[in-house]
Design a protein around this ligand. Structure first.
Ligand code: CMP
Length: 233
Protein backbone atom coordinates (compact mmCIF):
# COMPACT_ATOMS: atom_id res chain seq x y z
CA UNK A 1 0.00 0.00 0.00
CA UNK A 2 1.39 3.45 -0.91
CA UNK A 3 2.12 6.09 1.73
CA UNK A 4 -0.48 8.26 0.02
CA UNK A 5 -3.29 5.72 0.43
CA UNK A 6 -2.27 5.02 4.04
CA UNK A 7 -2.50 8.74 4.58
CA UNK A 8 -5.98 8.79 3.01
CA UNK A 9 -7.11 5.87 5.20
CA UNK A 10 -5.87 7.70 8.30
CA UNK A 11 -7.74 10.83 7.25
CA UNK A 12 -10.96 8.92 6.53
CA UNK A 13 -10.73 7.17 9.91
CA UNK A 14 -10.68 10.58 11.61
CA UNK A 15 -13.78 11.81 9.77
CA UNK A 16 -16.83 11.34 12.02
CA UNK A 17 -18.95 9.96 9.15
CA UNK A 18 -16.53 7.06 8.60
CA UNK A 19 -15.48 6.50 12.19
CA UNK A 20 -17.23 3.12 12.57
CA UNK A 21 -15.52 1.50 9.58
CA UNK A 22 -12.94 -1.24 10.05
CA UNK A 23 -9.45 -0.67 8.53
CA UNK A 24 -10.17 -2.87 5.49
CA UNK A 25 -13.42 -0.98 4.83
CA UNK A 26 -11.58 2.32 5.10
CA UNK A 27 -9.13 0.94 2.55
CA UNK A 28 -12.07 0.28 0.17
CA UNK A 29 -13.31 3.85 0.59
CA UNK A 30 -9.78 5.17 0.06
CA UNK A 31 -9.70 3.32 -3.28
CA UNK A 32 -12.67 5.32 -4.56
CA UNK A 33 -11.31 8.61 -3.23
CA UNK A 34 -9.72 11.06 -5.66
CA UNK A 35 -7.34 13.62 -4.09
CA UNK A 36 -8.09 17.17 -5.24
CA UNK A 37 -6.22 20.34 -4.35
CA UNK A 38 -7.63 23.88 -4.50
CA UNK A 39 -5.93 27.24 -4.03
CA UNK A 40 -7.30 30.13 -1.94
CA UNK A 41 -9.95 32.00 -3.94
CA UNK A 42 -10.87 29.00 -6.12
CA UNK A 43 -14.50 28.00 -6.45
CA UNK A 44 -15.15 24.25 -6.13
CA UNK A 45 -18.66 24.62 -7.58
CA UNK A 46 -21.34 27.28 -7.86
CA UNK A 47 -24.89 27.38 -6.59
CA UNK A 48 -27.14 25.89 -9.29
CA UNK A 49 -24.40 23.71 -10.83
CA UNK A 50 -25.07 20.07 -11.55
CA UNK A 51 -22.85 17.52 -9.81
CA UNK A 52 -23.04 14.79 -7.21
CA UNK A 53 -19.44 14.51 -6.06
CA UNK A 54 -18.93 15.11 -2.34
CA UNK A 55 -15.68 16.31 -0.78
CA UNK A 56 -13.94 15.65 2.51
CA UNK A 57 -11.52 18.27 3.79
CA UNK A 58 -7.98 17.02 4.38
CA UNK A 59 -6.53 20.48 5.13
CA UNK A 60 -7.23 24.19 4.62
CA UNK A 61 -10.44 26.16 4.90
CA UNK A 62 -13.52 26.64 2.72
CA UNK A 63 -16.97 28.13 3.03
CA UNK A 64 -20.45 27.73 1.56
CA UNK A 65 -21.99 31.02 0.39
CA UNK A 66 -25.25 32.22 -1.17
CA UNK A 67 -25.26 35.34 -3.31
CA UNK A 68 -28.06 37.80 -3.92
CA UNK A 69 -28.36 39.40 -7.39
CA UNK A 70 -27.70 42.83 -5.80
CA UNK A 71 -24.18 41.70 -4.85
CA UNK A 72 -24.73 40.91 -1.18
CA UNK A 73 -23.74 37.47 0.03
CA UNK A 74 -24.08 35.39 3.17
CA UNK A 75 -21.82 32.67 4.49
CA UNK A 76 -23.82 29.56 5.37
CA UNK A 77 -21.03 27.46 6.83
CA UNK A 78 -17.27 27.13 7.23
CA UNK A 79 -15.45 23.88 6.50
CA UNK A 80 -12.11 22.66 7.83
CA UNK A 81 -10.29 19.38 8.55
CA UNK A 82 -12.61 16.36 8.55
CA UNK A 83 -15.72 18.23 7.32
CA UNK A 84 -17.75 16.97 4.39
CA UNK A 85 -19.40 19.23 1.79
CA UNK A 86 -21.38 18.69 -1.40
CA UNK A 87 -23.32 15.89 0.30
CA UNK A 88 -26.72 17.50 -0.31
CA UNK A 89 -26.70 17.23 -4.11
CA UNK A 90 -25.01 13.84 -3.70
CA UNK A 91 -27.99 12.62 -1.67
CA UNK A 92 -30.98 14.24 -3.41
CA UNK A 93 -29.70 14.61 -6.99
CA UNK A 94 -30.76 18.29 -7.04
CA UNK A 95 -28.47 21.12 -8.11
CA UNK A 96 -25.87 22.58 -5.76
CA UNK A 97 -27.64 24.55 -3.02
CA UNK A 98 -24.74 26.96 -2.49
CA UNK A 99 -21.36 28.02 -3.87
CA UNK A 100 -18.33 26.54 -2.13
CA UNK A 101 -15.20 28.66 -2.24
CA UNK A 102 -11.76 28.03 -0.84
CA UNK A 103 -10.50 30.57 1.68
CA UNK A 104 -7.15 28.87 2.44
CA UNK A 105 -5.24 26.39 0.22
CA UNK A 106 -7.11 23.13 0.64
CA UNK A 107 -6.59 19.45 0.01
CA UNK A 108 -9.71 17.37 -0.30
CA UNK A 109 -10.62 13.87 -1.19
CA UNK A 110 -13.50 13.69 -3.63
CA UNK A 111 -15.90 10.74 -3.77
CA UNK A 112 -18.23 10.35 -6.75
CA UNK A 113 -21.95 10.34 -5.92
CA UNK A 114 -22.48 6.81 -7.33
CA UNK A 115 -19.59 5.42 -5.22
CA UNK A 116 -20.92 7.13 -2.12
CA UNK A 117 -24.41 5.69 -2.75
CA UNK A 118 -22.95 2.19 -2.93
CA UNK A 119 -21.09 2.82 0.28
CA UNK A 120 -24.21 4.09 2.09
CA UNK A 121 -26.22 1.04 1.00
CA UNK A 122 -23.52 -1.34 2.19
CA UNK A 123 -22.90 0.44 5.51
CA UNK A 124 -26.00 1.66 7.33
CA UNK A 125 -23.65 3.00 10.04
CA UNK A 126 -22.29 5.57 7.59
CA UNK A 127 -25.83 6.59 6.63
CA UNK A 128 -26.68 7.15 10.32
CA UNK A 129 -23.56 9.25 10.85
CA UNK A 130 -24.30 11.29 7.76
CA UNK A 131 -27.87 11.90 8.94
CA UNK A 132 -26.50 12.98 12.33
CA UNK A 133 -24.08 15.38 10.58
CA UNK A 134 -26.97 16.84 8.55
CA UNK A 135 -29.00 17.16 11.77
CA UNK A 136 -26.13 19.09 13.37
CA UNK A 137 -26.08 21.44 10.37
CA UNK A 138 -29.81 21.99 10.74
CA UNK A 139 -29.33 22.78 14.44
CA UNK A 140 -26.58 25.30 13.62
CA UNK A 141 -28.76 26.87 10.93
CA UNK A 142 -31.74 27.06 13.34
CA UNK A 143 -29.48 28.72 15.89
CA UNK A 144 -28.46 31.36 13.39
CA UNK A 145 -32.03 31.87 12.19
CA UNK A 146 -33.22 32.40 15.78
CA UNK A 147 -30.35 34.78 16.50
CA UNK A 148 -31.06 36.81 13.38
CA UNK A 149 -34.80 36.92 14.14
CA UNK A 150 -34.63 37.75 17.85
CA UNK A 151 -31.36 39.56 18.52
CA UNK A 152 -30.49 43.17 17.72
CA UNK A 153 -27.66 43.99 15.31
CA UNK A 154 -25.48 45.11 18.27
CA UNK A 155 -26.06 41.83 20.03
CA UNK A 156 -25.19 39.82 16.91
CA UNK A 157 -22.02 41.75 16.14
CA UNK A 158 -20.89 41.46 19.79
CA UNK A 159 -21.66 37.71 19.78
CA UNK A 160 -19.66 37.18 16.57
CA UNK A 161 -16.72 39.16 18.00
CA UNK A 162 -16.83 37.09 21.19
CA UNK A 163 -16.79 33.89 19.08
CA UNK A 164 -13.81 35.15 17.04
CA UNK A 165 -11.92 36.00 20.25
CA UNK A 166 -12.65 32.50 21.62
CA UNK A 167 -11.47 30.90 18.34
CA UNK A 168 -8.28 33.02 18.26
CA UNK A 169 -7.51 32.11 21.87
CA UNK A 170 -8.15 28.42 21.19
CA UNK A 171 -5.74 28.59 18.23
CA UNK A 172 -2.92 30.26 20.18
CA UNK A 173 -3.63 28.34 23.37
CA UNK A 174 -3.81 31.63 25.33
CA UNK A 175 -6.70 32.01 27.71
CA UNK A 176 -5.69 35.14 29.61
CA UNK A 177 -7.44 38.49 29.37
CA UNK A 178 -4.88 40.15 27.06
CA UNK A 179 -5.53 41.92 23.75
CA UNK A 180 -6.65 39.73 20.86
CA UNK A 181 -5.92 40.70 17.26
CA UNK A 182 -8.58 39.66 14.76
CA UNK A 183 -7.97 39.89 11.03
CA UNK A 184 -11.33 40.72 9.52
CA UNK A 185 -12.87 43.55 7.49
CA UNK A 186 -16.04 45.36 8.58
CA UNK A 187 -17.82 43.83 5.57
CA UNK A 188 -16.83 40.27 6.60
CA UNK A 189 -17.87 40.88 10.19
CA UNK A 190 -21.23 42.28 9.04
CA UNK A 191 -21.70 39.21 6.86
CA UNK A 192 -21.04 36.85 9.76
CA UNK A 193 -23.47 38.81 11.94
CA UNK A 194 -26.13 38.97 9.22
CA UNK A 195 -26.23 42.78 9.26
CA UNK A 196 -25.47 45.57 6.81
CA UNK A 197 -21.90 46.89 6.79
CA UNK A 198 -23.17 50.35 7.83
CA UNK A 199 -24.96 49.02 10.96
CA UNK A 200 -21.96 46.90 11.97
CA UNK A 201 -19.66 49.88 11.40
CA UNK A 202 -21.80 52.16 13.61
CA UNK A 203 -21.71 49.63 16.44
CA UNK A 204 -17.95 49.06 16.09
CA UNK A 205 -17.51 52.83 16.53
CA UNK A 206 -19.53 52.61 19.78
CA UNK A 207 -17.28 49.77 21.02
CA UNK A 208 -14.18 51.74 20.04
CA UNK A 209 -15.35 54.84 21.95
CA UNK A 210 -15.95 52.62 24.99
CA UNK A 211 -12.32 51.37 24.75
CA UNK A 212 -13.43 47.77 24.19
CA UNK A 213 -11.83 47.49 20.74
CA UNK A 214 -9.60 49.50 18.45
CA UNK A 215 -9.83 49.29 14.69
CA UNK A 216 -7.23 49.17 11.94
CA UNK A 217 -7.48 48.48 8.21
CA UNK A 218 -8.87 44.95 7.77
CA UNK A 219 -8.27 44.10 11.42
CA UNK A 220 -9.30 45.00 14.91
CA UNK A 221 -7.98 44.46 18.40
CA UNK A 222 -10.27 43.40 21.20
CA UNK A 223 -9.01 44.86 24.50
CA UNK A 224 -11.83 43.78 26.77
CA UNK A 225 -13.54 40.57 25.60
CA UNK A 226 -15.57 40.26 28.81
CA UNK A 227 -17.21 43.65 28.15
CA UNK A 228 -18.58 42.29 24.84
CA UNK A 229 -20.83 40.02 26.91
CA UNK A 230 -22.74 43.10 28.16
CA UNK A 231 -24.01 43.68 24.63
CA UNK A 232 -25.18 40.09 24.03
CA UNK A 233 -28.74 39.33 25.15
P1 CMP B 1 -24.58 20.85 -2.00
O1 CMP B 1 -25.97 21.39 -2.04
O2 CMP B 1 -24.25 19.67 -2.80
O3 CMP B 1 -23.59 22.05 -2.39
C1 CMP B 1 -23.46 23.15 -1.49
C2 CMP B 1 -23.02 22.59 -0.17
O4 CMP B 1 -22.89 23.56 0.86
C3 CMP B 1 -24.10 21.64 0.37
O5 CMP B 1 -24.18 20.52 -0.45
C4 CMP B 1 -23.59 21.44 1.77
O6 CMP B 1 -22.46 20.60 1.80
C5 CMP B 1 -23.14 22.88 2.09
N1 CMP B 1 -24.23 23.62 2.77
C6 CMP B 1 -25.29 24.23 2.21
N2 CMP B 1 -26.07 24.81 3.16
C7 CMP B 1 -25.48 24.56 4.35
C8 CMP B 1 -25.78 24.88 5.70
N3 CMP B 1 -26.86 25.60 6.03
N4 CMP B 1 -24.94 24.44 6.66
C9 CMP B 1 -23.85 23.70 6.35
N5 CMP B 1 -23.50 23.38 5.08
C10 CMP B 1 -24.30 23.80 4.10
Amino acid sequence: MSARSEDTIALLGGVPVFSTLAPEELAQVAEMAVPRRFEAGEVVFKEGDEGTTCYIMRSGKARAVREHPDGRSITLAHFSYGDIFGEMAMLDGERRSATVEITEGTETIAILGADMHRLLRAHPDISLKLIAALGQRLRDTNERLARQSFQTVQSRVAAVLAQLVAAARAETGEDDDGDVLITITQAELAQLAGSSRESASRFLAVLERAGIISQGRGRLTVHDAKALGRYVF
